[in-house]
Design a protein around this ligand. Sequence first.
Ligand SMILES: Cc1cc2nc3c(=O)[nH]c(=O)nc-3n(C[C@H](O)[C@H](O)[C@H](O)COP(=O)(O)OP(=O)(O)OC[C@H]3O[C@@H](n4cnc5c(N)ncnc54)[C@H](O)[C@@H]3O)c2cc1C
Ligand code: SF4
Length: 333
Amino acid sequence: MRPISYSRATDTATAIAAVTADPTSDFLAGGTTEIDLLRQNVLHPRRLVDINGLPLTGIEVTPEGGLRIGSLARMSQVAAAPTVRERYPVIAQALELGASAQLRHMASMGGNLLQRVRCSYYRDAESACNKREPGSGCSAIEGFNRGHAILGTSEHCIATHPSDVAVALMALDARVLTQGPSGERGYEFDDFFLLPGDSPHREHPMEHGELITAIEVPPAPVARHSLYLKVRDRESYEFALVSVAAAVSVVDGTIADVRVALGGVATKPWRARRVEDFLIGAGVTRENFAQAARVELIEARPTAMNGFKAELARRAIVRALETLTADRSGSPA
Ligand SMILES: Cc1cc2nc3c(=O)[nH]c(=O)nc-3n(C[C@H](O)[C@H](O)[C@H](O)COP(=O)(O)OP(=O)(O)OC[C@H]3O[C@@H](n4cnc5c(N)ncnc54)[C@H](O)[C@@H]3O)c2cc1C
Ligand code: SF4
C-alpha cells in the first residue's frame, strides 16, 4: 500500500504553490480520471491537492460576446447552461454525448481536457507503453488497435485523444487559460494538445503546478448553427470511434463560414482545416462535402485493425454537413 496525503486548497495561489513544491503531487478535481488511474497503478501521486473549493465554476459571457467557462464547472452544468445551448449547441451536445449522467455531474471541464487515453495498454501497468513509461515501447502498434488513431500518429504512440468536448472547443478556436509558478498564460487550443512524436508522455505544454483556470471561447456567430455527431459501438456510455464537431453558415447557397473538427480518429482533437479550406466559398452539395472529406483523410495511416475509421470519418463528415445545411438550402444535391 502506498500512502497518499490529501489537502483541500481554499485559494488558487495556495493550490499552485502546494503542487509546485512537490513533484509527486497532482491536482484533484472530480477525480473520475485521477482516482481511476491511481487505483490501476498507472498514476502514482504521493499527494493530492483537492481544488474543488476554488472559485472557478462560473460560466460567463465575455465583454466581446464570447464565453468563459471556469475550469471547475461540471460537464452537466455547462451542457445545461442556456447561453451555451443557444450560442454554442455543439459544446452542449458534445458534453451530453460523453460518459454517463453521474460522471458528468462529477467531472470538471479542466479535468476533461486532461483526461488520459483509453488505450488498454496504457491502463495495464504490466504492458509496454511509451506514454506511461517513456522508452518502454508501444504494445498497441502490433497489438489490439481497433480503436486507435489514424491521424497524427507516430512510431511511438497511436492512442486516440478521448475527449468529446475538446473536439467541439477545437472547432471553435477556444483558448486554455492557466495560472502557475511562472504566472498567467493562455494557450491556443491547437497548441495545447501535443502530437505524440517521439515523446508521447508529454501531452500538453503546461509545467508542473500549472492550473487550468478557465476555457475561453471567442464569439462565433457560425456556432449558433452547429452540431456534434458521435459514432460509437453502442449508443451510450461509450467513447467515439469517430466524431465530428461542425458549424456552417450559408449565404445564397454558398458556404460563408465553416468549422470542422474530428474526434476518435486522431492523437489530439483534430481540426479539419483541409475540409474548411475546401468548402469556403463552395456550393452546398454532397459532392463538395464528400470531396472535402476525402482531402482531409488523405494522410490517414490506419493500423491492421482500424482501416474502417477512414471511411467512417469521411461518411460522418458528409452526414454532419448535410444535416446542418439541409434545413437552410433545401436538400443538398
Ligand atoms: C467510465 C467513463 C466513461 C467516460 N466517457 C467519456 C466520454 O464518452 N467522453 C469524454 O469526453 N469523457 C469521458 N470520460 C472521461 C471524463 O469526462 C473525465 O474523466 C473527466 O472529464 C475528468 O474530469 P475530473 O474533474 O474528474 O478530473 P480529475 O480526474 O480530477 O483530473 C484529471 C487530470 O487532470 C488534472 N486536473 C484536473 N483539473 C485540473 C485543473 N484545473 N488544472 C490542472 N490540472 C487539472 C488532474 O491532476 C488529473 O491529472 C469517461 C470517464 C469514465 C470513467
Ligand atoms: S498507443 Fe500510446 S498509450 Fe497505447 S501502448 Fe502505445 S504508447 Fe502506450
